[in-house]
Design a protein around this ligand. Structure first.
Ligand code: ATP
Ligand code: MN
Length: 463
């Protein structure tokens, strides 16, 4: 049987007097005269079930073997609770112990553990209040992402993890090889002979599914990818992972204005779904992690996103009379401090910045008539800065060829990407949302390592 008991979240919905079996892991247990109190959680919701066991039902010695971390099932009757903050509790009539947990060595003890320490015990941290809440929110957001696109007729496309094309034309990719690194085959010139490698050419872990996504948008109209992506950027920041999950919709018959509107609707949809289904967890984050979580989420849902061009943004930043760590002038990429100033202090709500200088954006973004800017957009939100990056893609064959050449990229590598512009080309656009950035936004968690089950960062791939 899938789950022979009841999820604790469902037990809370049952009437007093119901006979139930609760299963889960012990958060705490304490004993008083003739009676023991257990806080039990099975991860189905934030609130622990209080279990009360009479020492006539189970011997005190047996109960004292049970400690924090033990896995048990309790069958009994749901009764009204005299304790504050809970309507019902479980009066246990029988206890089954599945696995004890040695109290002297169990690493997840009740309180005060730092986030850094919890990262070292990633096999146990999902049982803590904070991480249970994080991963329920992550699950709810993931469901909302699929629901949003499926309701709108988008097809989920599984783009490859291993790729031989470098989507952005930038470095920072992980190589994939089966060659013997101690003794690789060599070319005449003395370099490594990648033709001898598993795929017959140099291959990598993908940094984005976008280019392959475009193939499918030009066949199935509206598609999205949702899967792991990899970046070997050696940046040890609280916002970057080497392995993260990205959502990338790609839409045919779509320009940048449509793209911007989809991004806005999408963010609001995810937030609304998580608020509707996981308010228990969000209230915890608001109370214990960041007391602006709920108010910011409400602001986002209830406001129309702002919209300015990059040129207007630079103008605002130059007039801001602030001493920036990274000085601003037209042509430079906006840094986190600039993005946050615009969204947090100028607009006080999410803002979409569009039409960036072509030099600082990827080759595939559609050229504007000014010849200087491209149809790029970044969605900036308070507390995070950039959460989404997207663009309208260059659909004109000749313009794209020129662009690839001008950026010094090898034309041959993009042969199929260019063919899409020769056979049935159409204006199309899309964007990428980093799932972890979204979860940070939803939870107020400060470090991206604490919103993914098993973070991969420079120097760390434990578990
Ligand atoms: P940043 O400037 O923050 O490094 P980026 O410009 O490299 O972001 P894109 O290439 O546009 O980001 O990727 C799309 C989205 O993926 C970003 O908006 C962000 O949400 C997310 N993202 C990018 N790099 C990472 C990373 N290393 N770890 C986690 N999420 C990331
Ligand atoms: Mn980056």
């Amino acid at each position: 049987m899938l789950h022979p008991g009841d999820y604790i979240k469902d037990i809370f919905q049952k009437p007093v007097g119901a006979e139930v079996t609760a299963r889960g892991w012990v958060k705490t247990i304490r004993h008083s005269k003739g009676i023991s109190f257990i806080q039990l959680n099975d991860g189905s919701g934030f609130t622990d079930l209080q279990v009360v066991v009479d020492h006539q039902t189970a011997s005190e010695e047996a109960l004292k073997e049970i400690s924090t971390g033990a896995c048990i099932s309790v069958t009994g009757e749901l009764v009204e609770s005299p304790a504050q903050g809970q309507a019902v509790e479980l009066k246990g009539n029988s206890i089954e112990v599945h696995g004890l947990a040695d109290a002297a060595t169990y690493k997840l003890q009740k309180k005060g553990a730092t986030m850094e320490f919890l990262r070292e015990i990633a096999h146990l941290r999902p049982r803590s209040n904070t991480f249970g809440a994080v991963f329920r929110v992550r699950n709810a957001a993931s469901y909302a992402i699929h629901k949003f696109f499926q309701e709108r007729g988008f097809a989920w496309v599984h783009t490859p993890i291993i790729t031989a094309s470098d989507a952005e034309g930038a470095g920072a990719m992980f190589g994939v090889t089966t060659l013997d690194l101690m003794n690789p085959p060599k070319t005449q010139e003395g370099g490594i002979d990648w033709a001898e490698d598993f795929f017959g050419k140099r291959s990598f872990l993908t940094v984005s599914g976008q280019l392959e996504g475009e193939i499918f948008a030009e066949a199935m109209s509206n598609i999205y990818t949702f899967g792991p992506t990899f970046r070997a950027e050696n940046s040890n920041t609280p916002r970057h992972l080497a392995e993260f999950w990205m959502v990338e919709p790609e839409m045919a018959f779509c320009d940048l204005d449509d793209d911007r509107r989809v991004a806005e609707e999408f963010l609001k949809y995810i937030i609304t779904h998580v608020m509707d289904t996981r308010m228990d967890d969000l209230e915890f984050f608001n109370k214990r992690i960041d007391d602006t979580v709920l108010s910011t989420l409400e602001t986002v849902v209830n406001s129309d996103f702002g919209h300015i061009t990059y040129t207007e943004a630079v103008d605002i930043l130059e007039k801001a009379n602030k001493s920036w760590e990274f000085p601003v002038k037209w042509g430079v990429d906006l840094q986190s401090e600039h993005e946050r100033y615009i969204t947090e202090e100028v607009f006080k709500k999410p803002v979409v910045v569009t039409d960036y200088p072509k030099e600082i954006k990827a080759f595939y973004m559609r050229m504007n008539d000014d010849g200087k800017t491209v149809r790029a957009m970044d969605v900036l939100v308070p507390r995070i800065g950039e959460i989404i990056g997207g663009s309208q893609r260059e659909e004109r064959h000749a313009v794209l060829v020129e662009k690839i050449k001008a950026m010094g990229l090898p034309l041959e590598a993009y042969w199929w990407y260019l063919e899409l512009r020769k056979y049935g080309s159409v204006p199309h656009a899309g964007f990428g949302l980093g799932l972890e950035r979204m979860i940070m936004y939803l939870t107020g968690m400060k470090n991206i390592r604490d919103v993914i089950p098993f973070p991969r960062t420079p120097g760390s791939a434990e578990f």
